[in-house]
Design a protein around this ligand. Structure first.
Ligand code: ATP
Ligand code: MG
Length: 221
């Protein structure tokens, strides 16, 4: 693990014991835990909990409900999740399950700005720009958004000759709305690659926008 990523994770972990408790007493967390697991099975019928990292799953559940007691990774409840790691280790599946679970909460009538999210791969976003230009991206600036496979999109994307680093542009827009909408990301990039690809400006804002969660292990494909 590179030094920069290590430092970010250490800072994150110190939050574990210091965050104020904002637990909701009216929620049946045991039942919600069941729904959370079901979301994983919905996305991956062969989901095997023994292949997953329990600290990660518990902390993501804690992130949803702002439960300090099981937030072992020290996730900040107001930042999105950046799931990074090598190929096939379950990043997209985990984020899809979170999306399914949070949509279920929205359907149940919970009111939290983090509920309900679009799902777009970075390549699709780059392609939207290539076909329809900048106006096609504006709708993705103010709603919750899961960006799958960040770093695999063509950079720059070209719209009839006008070139743009699409994700750099979108992160720039979304940073300004970070308190109203949340961004989640899956990527094979490590944090030291963000600045060379998206610029120092975005790399710096990443720290304010994301919790960083490393997925380890071998490919599950
Ligand atoms: N705990 C698990 N139990 C069973 N299958 C799993 C588990 N985690 C992931 N998988 C399956 O393994 C495959 C790879 O997972 P996924 O696509 O989420 O990986 P990824 O980390 O996003 O990979 P990439 O970096 O290539 O996009 C998928 O078919 C997924 O459903
Ligand atoms: Mg993936």
């Amino acid at each position: 693990m590179d030094e920069k990523t290590k430092k970010i994770l250490e800072q994150q972990a110190t939050r574990f014991h210091v965050q104020e408790s904002t637990q909701r007493t009216s929620v049946d967390l045991k039942e919600e835990g069941r729904y959370f697991r079901e979301a994983f099975l919905k996305v991956e019928p062969n989901f095997d909990i023994t292949c997953a990292d329990r600290d990660i799953l518990n902390s993501i559940f804690a992130w949803v409900w702002k439960l300090d007691s099981c937030n072992k990774l020290g996730l900040d409840y107001n930042k999105g999740l950046c799931l990074y790691g090598s190929l096939g280790v379950g990043k997209s599946m985990t984020l899809k399950a979170l999306q399914a679970y949070m949509n279920h909460l929205k359907d149940k009538g919970y009111n939290d700005y983090r509920l309900g999210m679009y799902w777009r791969s970075a390549s699709v976003l780059a392609n939207l720009y290539a076909v329809d230009g900048q106006p096609a991206l504006i709708q993705y600036s103010t709603d919750n958004l899961c960006v799958d496979e960040l770093g695999r999109e063509p950079i720059p994307a070209s719209n009839y000759g006008t070139k743009m680093n699409v994700m750099q542009f979108l992160f720039q827009l979304r940073y300004d709305w970070r308190n109203e909408c949340v961004t989640h990301v899956t990527t094979n990039l490590t944090m030291d690659k963000i600045a060379p690809i998206y610029g120092d400006y975005i790399a710096d804002r990443f720290l304010e926008m994301f919790n960083f969660i490393e997925f380890k292990g071998n490919s599950l494909r």
